[in-house]
Ligand binder design. Structure first.
Ligand code: KG4
Length: 335
């Protein structure tokens, strides 16, 4: 059995193919980053058009790299949401066309689940129960995965996502888009104590997150430095922002682990590709003798394999619903 996964929820056009053991046969990702960079963020209309242009060749190349022909594909899985409406519709329409023309079953998948279960693709021994910290450009949440498809959300962001905060701070610092990798690079050699920034909600017992206050603090700090004619030490400020965001993430993880006693931790989504964060996560989990799973960067950022993998899980756990697949921009983890 082979599963073809399609992902177009944001600014990556991706098709991935896996087999029934969850092994990756190909994972083609066309990143539109260069198209959006001049605007400092994603322009939905531009993203939709780019997906339309790219989906055909990305699909062909994914089949070619997997040395697979269409007759070997038994299931198509496509991201149904959350994400941008236009971009989602491109992937869904393409998937529906394929499914109809070739008579291959089609499943819609929740992109948040794609990220959450990405921790099991390479690390095949990693199984529930585990705590999953999901950190992307659009979402930040911590959930207890009791079993496959059995989640209990412990906390989520009250405003901005962690990745969004890094993206906005990078913009204020003139580092361009996407901000997370730019901040990571700029922070190398920076001193995180040079500028003092607040660690969000540190004193609160709740497991929620909040990053808009931190973003505002960076804004006012930059404005004050400019007003006083002081030079902005971009490497120090990048290190401070990164450290404040990561301290907040670590603080919530520690509290969640205290509360649940769960000994396995997965950290997934685009921000999880950050080396400094992974260093801090290793420190934390080694100290507590916990098992940590962080996917390789190619599986942290958006890609088709994570959709295919949820398709495989849905198929294996008989969770193939009524098959009405439509773009659901605001889909949550519960649905
Ligand atoms: O998972 P993802 O590709 O897309 C969403 O579903 O949102 O995550 C994108 C986010 C962006 O905010 C980006 O700046 C951040 O992940 N990101 C990083 C790194 N690579 C991507 N943040 C910190 N360090 C990185 N190396």
């Amino acid at each position: 059995m082979k599963i073809l996964g399609i992902e177009t929820s944001c600014d990556e056009t991706s098709v991935g193919i896996i087999n029934d053991k969850g092994e990756i046969l190909s994972n083609l990702v066309y990143s539109q980053v260069q198209k959006h960079a001049p605007y400092g963020g994603i322009v939905p209309e531009v993203a939709s058009r780019e997906h339309v242009k790219a989906i055909g060749w990305v699909y062909n190349l994914a089949l070619e790299q997997a040395r697979t022909n269409l007759k070997e594909i038994n299931l198509i899985a496509v991201t149904a949401g959350p994400g941008l409406q236009g971009p989602l519709l491109v992937g869904i329409s393409f998937a529906k066309g394929l499914s109809l023309a070739l008579n291959i079953p089609l499943i819609g998948v929740n992109h948040l689940m794609g990220h959450i279960y990405s921790c099991m693709i390479e690390d095949t021994a990693f199984k529930p129960p585990f705590l999953a910290l999901l950190i992307t450009g659009g979402n930040t949440l911590i959930t207890l995965v009791e079993d496959i498809f059995v989640h209990k959300i412990l906390g989520s962001t009250r405003d901005d996502a962690a990745g969004e905060c890094l993206d906005k701070a990078a913009r204020l610092l003139g580092l361009g888009y996407p901000g997370g990798p730019a901040i990571e690079k700029a922070a190398l050699g920076g001193n995180a104590s040079y500028y003092r920034l607040p660690v969000p909600l540190k004193k609160e017992d709740s497991l929620d997150f909040s990053f808009s206050g931190l973003k505002t603090a960076v804004y006012y700090l930059v404005e004050e430095l400019k007003k006083n004619g002081k030079e902005i030490q971009v490497n120090h400020l990048s290190a401070s922002v990164q450290e404040a965001v990561f301290s907040s993430l670590l603080d919530r993880l520690e509290k969640a682990q205290d509360k649940t006693g769960v000994e396995k931790i997965a950290v997934v989504g685009g921000v999880a590709s950050n080396e400094r964060l992974k260093y801090r996560l290793r420190e934390f989990t080694e100290k507590r003798h916990l098992v940590l799973s962080v996917p390789s960067p190619a599986l942290c950022t958006d890609n088709g394999v994570i959709s295919a993998f949820v398709g495989l899980l849905k198929h294996s756990y008989n969770r193939i619903d009524n098959n009405i697949i439509d773009a659901q921009p605001f889909l949550t983890l519960q649905e």
